[in-house]
Ligand binder design. Sequence first.
Ligand code: ACO
Length: 374
Amino acid sequence: MDTVNLGLEDVFIKYTKLTYIDGNKGILRYRGYDVNDLVKNCTFEEVSYLMIYGELPNSGQLKSFVDDLRDHYKLPEHVLDLIAALPRESDTLTMMETAFASMSSGDYKWNQEDDRKQAAKIMGEDLGIISNIYRHKIGLELKNPDRKYGYAEAFLRNCFDNITQEKIDAMNSALIIYIDHEVPASTTTALVASSTLSDMYSCITAAIAALKGPLHGGAAEAAYHQLIEIGKPENVENWFNENILKNNKRLMGFGHRVYKTYDPRMKIFKGIAEKLVETEEQKKNLEIAKNLEEMGVKTYGSKGIYPNTDYYSGLVFNEIGFPIYMFTTLFGFSRVLGWVAHISEYVEEEERLIRPRAIYTGFDKRDFIPLADR
Ligand code: ACO
């Protein structure tokens, strides 16, 4: 008998050489390299090259990739105008969707070389788009990032006046951590769109829509809101009992479809949050988060529900200087590269229209009733 796999749980939709996850052991590797090693040793540009080309670059390859992508820090004029024309109170992911959608030519022209060149181009544009969304939100005049700087630094310099090496390093790590995660809802959406032979920018726009929700990318914002609502470290237990247990609500930033233990990305974010913490408010929020983590693991650990990557990432983004409304967009900022890599891999290796079926459970054939008789 036909059965429905609700949520497509345990359905495999592609082969991939990009990302390996062992959800029981808490292992995440990009092209065979452990995420911890890449975060410790690489720039986001190197990891992006690895994802697109399959190998870490030598210095010549890296230089040429970086030159390519820096050529595209400068956005087409219409994209800047479009961002500036959006109401400042617009959701930042809506701004991101609008900017990416506006860059679509509607053309489908895939070939391997184009995909790779296109990846560097999109990466450069992505930096211009996200930093200018932030500039627009805080009322600054829009401007293109400075091509003198590497990716994380150019981004932060286009957002803030004062940046530190520690914050650049944290941003670089966050970008690497979020770059790809196999086929979550947003990447699957990108693949569905690309399987119809839609163009890369339209696929990215579709993926952003799927990223928005609090069950996926929006979880970092939701998790951070919990900390604010709790207010003080000593309120954690009471808040958890009253709001989560009593009301049978989900603890945001906890649980994952694949990880049944600690998400390795969460551990990296936690370490960065501890390193960057500065103000009293940040120290308080970090303490609340740690207490809540303990309560959550004690309660849900036996069911395989542990903190995920979004649990501490909001704290890190706040410590870098970003407001809550940027958190999910910062996730998307990095994940654009993962979407492009998955689409390229799918198109090159196994392109086929993604068209599942639904099992019909409605009426049998019915006789038509004219409007006057209904
Ligand atoms: N808090 C409390 N209970 C939970 C949580 C949670 N965060 N997550 C899952 N559960 C429970 C469910 O209530 C359910 O319990 P039941 O079997 O007693 O009814 C059981 O675990 C299974 O839940 P499902 O929703 O079926 O599991 P799924 O694999 O679909 O869940 C998801 C994955 C959506 C991420 C879920 O854990 C969740 O809602 N988490 C909170 C939101 C979140 O943090 N999302 C970020 C994910 S990471 C990312 O996108 C980067």
